[in-house]
Structures are given as structure tokens and as C-alpha cells.
Design a protein around this ligand. Structure first.
Ligand SMILES: CC(=O)N[C@H]1[C@@H](OP(=O)(O)OP(=O)(O)OC[C@H]2O[C@@H](n3ccc(=O)[nH]c3=O)[C@H](O)[C@@H]2O)O[C@H](CO)[C@@H](O)[C@@H]1O
Ligand SMILES: C=C(OP(=O)(O)O)C(=O)O
Length: 422
């Protein structure tokens, strides 16, 4: 297993290109199952999660071709010869559940393994299932699999999500494009990845209104066609690399960065004393003098502060001046990085959904272990600003969501290298 060696090396200066969003690409790829015609995604990130989704789609009979160094994914789902998404693939990546809605809508039946929980929480899929039932799906749970049928096709319905779920909104939105009549999704997620999905579906011929607001209305159509769609910028990769100069000092320009993707996060950085400037090519982040100020953070659905940046923000707060309280409201177990940061000299207390971080002037490098994707990158960020060497093990988590992390940070002056096979 690979690990990453980081050595604290002072301020960072330079430019980092931001890739297409993993979480958008993982919902755009299953959209290919809705149409017999090809769907091509440009600006796709090169990540292990994308390879896992490729394997899943191929197992269902889709063809996926990577071009231009893997940045373009040409997909075709002319004939789906298998309607069963196996546990062996689904357990590796929860986003696999997103094949359920499209397959059911187009084929009238699908069998998809339940994903199970993961390190950050139980993460049930009940809302995905309830929304599909509201469109007339008949569902049965057998031996860990969802057996779904809609013999006469799905029918439009009204469904109000009891809590905001990104994945359930995506599954329901895709299914509704081929349902008969009108579907209204209330209390829908408003994340930029939902907007990107709706724009792609519209390019394929879907009739959708309201994406980005909490009520989305979909008028079902008989069939969808092919399309070419660019994957939206990865706002979580963007926020992660914005934190690198905030933690280490210096100035880094994030190419392709947009403030509207991360407004709440940008506001918090500025409150902490970090400058965020819109440039011709993206966003520039700068911290010149002294420590940042401690700021409190509450994670919320978009447009609130994203849970996927909470671990990285905690790494920044570890060396802030003062005490910060981070409240995690999306996932019940998303503070697994705290004990690892404590091994590096951070002063953190975790009580249920709250973490209190008392800033220390400097952290010290240590061997640490990544427990999930964002935890792993938070440890790398902390290591960049710590004294001495930090070795982050279990970086297969990191490879799910960050491409060429060593190269991107290294180009700005970070001392970071991958140690293979440890
Ligand atoms: C591949 C992808 O896009 N992953 C993102 C997606 O995950 P994902 O789509 O899994 O997250 P959700 O928005 O669905 O989860 C939000 C909350 O709702 C709960 N819930 C969700 C569905 C359900 O049927 N029942 C239920 O109770 C979850 O356990 C969680 O507590 O949104 C999360 C919240 O922004 C991000 O952290 C993930 O990076
Ligand atoms: C939690 C994440 O991903 P997933 O939903 O695929 O586990 C993430 O991207 O931070």
C-alpha cells in the first residue's frame, strides 16, 4: 500500500489547475444508462472512483472509452445485457446506488446491492427508495439487494424529501426524466453537482426546471438522446487547495476556481484573515503574515459550508489563534481525522457532533493514518505546515478523490512524495 511523505517547507506559491468534479462525474456517468445513444463527458477527473464506476457500467453492458489521457469519457449503453449491480463493486463505492434510478426508468427493472455504511456514517439509502416508490416503483429487499420493478414504466409523482440528500435527489431526478407525466421533487438538494446533472440531462433531451432551487419539476419524455457535456469544476478539490496557502502562507492561484461554487467556505476563509481574490483564470488565495484567526464552522447542505471540507478546515484551525468549534451536521462520524491530528500535536476535543480546536502555534510531523478520503488530505495539509516529516498511510482513500496531488502541491514548493508499496 502506498503512503505519502510530507515535509514542512514554508510558504507555497504558484498555480494549481482544478479538475472536473468527482461527485458530479459519478452521477453523470450513470446518466448514460438512460439513453441508447452515446454520452460523452469532457473534463472528467482521473480517479480510482471513476474507474470503479466504469467497471460497474461495463458490468451492466455499457461501453466506456477513455480518451485524451482519460479526461474524456465516451460512453454508450446501447444494449444493457445485465440488470444487476453486484455487491463486490457497490461495496467499494456508495455512489454505485446511482445506477438504480436510470436502469429502472429505462428498462423497467433493476437489482442493485445495498451499499452498506462507511467510515463517516451509516448512510442509509431509504430516501432514494422512497422517492422511486413515489414514482410507482415496486421494491423488495432480498439478501442485501434492492429488487426494483416498474412493469408499466415509472409514473410522475410528488415527493418531498424529509431531509436534503444529494444522492437521493440525483437518483430521483434521473428516473423522473423517463417517467410518464410530471414529477415534483421538494426539499431537493441544491448542490452544483445537481445543477450540472440537470444541465447534462437537458442536453440529452430531458425537460427539467428548478435545479439549484429546492423544488425541481421534471416533465417526463419518451426517450433521451446522446450529448456531450463538460463536468463542472470540483469545488471540494478547489477548497482543499485553497487551504494549502492558508495553512502554509504564500499565494496560490486555483485555475478554474469559482467563488459561487464555494461562497460559504470563501466567507469563512476571509473571516479567518485569508485573502480570496477572483482573478481572470480563477481564484487566488493569499496569507502573508502571522497565524489565521479561529472561526466556528457548521456543515450544512449547499449553499452552506460543505461537510467534504470540514476535515481540511480543521487542519487549518489546528494552528489558528484562538479556539474554533466545528459542528458536523451531515454525517454522524466524520471526525476520524481528529485523533490523527492530535498525534501531530493538535489540541482537539470531540463531543458528539462538535469538535473544539484550541489553536497551537506549530504542529509536529508524525506517522498518521488516513481513515477516509477527506481525512487523508487534511493530514497532508497539516503535514505541509508541521515541523519535520509526516507519513500518511492508507492513501488509497486519497486516490479516490485527488489526482496527482504530489505534482499539484509540489509545483507550488511543497515537499511531498509518494512512497510506493508501504
Ligand atoms: C458521491 C457523492 O456525491 N458524495 C457526496 C454526497 O453523498 P451522499 O449523496 O451519500 O450524501 P447525502 O446528501 O445523501 O447524505 C446527507 C445525509 O442524509 C442521510 N441520508 C441520505 C440518503 C438516504 O437515503 N437516507 C439518509 O438518511 C445521510 O446518511 C447523511 O446523513 O453528498 C454528501 C453531502 O454533501 C457528500 O459528503 C458526499 O461527498
Ligand atoms: C464522502 C465522499 O464521497 P462518497 O460519497 O463517495 O463516500 C467525499 O467525496 O468526500
Amino acid at each position: 500500500m502506498d503512503s505519502i511523505l510530507v515535509t514542512g517547507n514554508g510558504p507555497l506559491n504558484g498555480q494549481i489547475p482544478i479538475a472536473g468534479a468527482k461527485n458530479a462525474c459519478l452521477t453523470l456517468m450513470p446518466a448514460t444508462l438512460l439513453s441508447e445513444e452515446p454520452l460523452t463527458l469532457t473534463n472528467a477527473p482521473r480517479l480510482s472512483d471513476i474507474r470503479t464506476m466504469t467497471t460497474l457500467l461495463e458490468s451492466l453492458g455499457a461501453e466506456v472509452t477513455r480518451m485524451q489521457d482519460g479526461k474524456v469519457l465516451a460512453m454508450s449503453s446501447h444494449d444493457l445485457n445485465n440488470h444487476r449491480a453486484d455487491y463486490d463493486i457497490v461495496r467499494k463505492m456508495r455512489a454505485s446506488i446511482l445506477v438504480l434510478g436510470p436502469m429502472l426508468a429505462r428498462e423497467g427493472h433493476a437489482i442493485v446491492s445495498l451499499p452498506g455504511g462507511c467510515a463517516i456514517g451509516a448512510r442509509p439509502v431509504d430516501l432514494h427508495l422512497r422517492a422511486l416508490e413515489a414514482m410507482g416503483a415496486e421494491l423488495e429487499l432480498k439478501e442485501g439487494y434492492v429488487h426494483a420493478k416498474a412493469p408499466g414504466g415509472l409514473k410522475g409523482g410528488i415527493y418531498e424529501f424529509p431531509l436534503v440528500s444529494v444522492g437521493a435527489t440525483e437518483n430521483a431526478l434521473m428516473a423522473a426524466t423517463l417517467a410518464k407525466g410530471t414529477t415534483v421533487l421538494k426539499n431537493a438538494a441544491r448542490e452544483p453537482e445537481i445543477v450540472d446533472l440537470a444541465q447534462c440531462l437537458r442536453r440529452m433531451g430531458a425537460q427539467i426546471e428548478g435545479e439549484g432551487a429546492s423544488t425541481i419539476t421534471i416533465q417526463g419524455v419518451d426517450r433521451l438522446g446522446g450529448a456531450t457535456h463538460p463536468v463542472v469544476t470540483d469545488r471540494i478539490e478547489l477548497g482543499t487547495y485553497m487551504l494549502a496557502p492558508a495553512i502554509c502562507g504564500g499565494r496560490v492561484e486555483l485555475l478554474g476556481g469559482r467563488r459561487d461554487l464555494l461562497a460559504a467556505f470563501c466567507d469563512k476563509l476571509e473571516e479567518a484573515g485569508v485573502s480570496v481574490e477572483e482573478t481572470a483564470q480563477g481564484l487566488a488565495v493569499e496569507r502573508r503574515n502571522g497565524r489565521v484567526k479561529a472561526v466556528d464552522v457548521v456543515t450544512e447542505p449547499f449553499p452552506g459550508f460543505p461537510t467534504d471540507l470540514q476535515a481540511q478546515m480543521m487542519a487549518l484551525m489546528c494552528t489558528a489563534e484562538g479556539t474554533a468549534v466545528l459542528e458536523e451536521k451531515i454525517f454522524e462520524n466524520r471526525f476520524m481525522h481528529a485523533p490523527e491530528l492530535i498525534r501531530m500535536g493538535a489540541n482537539i476535543e470531540v463531543h458528539g457532533g462538535h469538535a473544539t480546536v484550541h489553536g497551537v502555534p506549530k504542529m509536529k510531523g508524525a506517522p498518521v493514518m488516513a481513515t477516509d478520503l477527506r481525512a487523508s488530505v487534511s493530514l497532508i495539509l497539516a503535514g505541509l505546515a508541521a515541523e519535520g516529516e509526516t507519513v500518511v498511510s492508507r492513501v488509497y482513500h486519497l486516490d479516490r478523490g485527488y489526482e496527482r496531488v504530489e505534482e499539484k502541491l509540489g509545483a507550488c514548493g511543497a515537499k511531498i512524495e509518494r512512497i510506493t508499496g508501504q
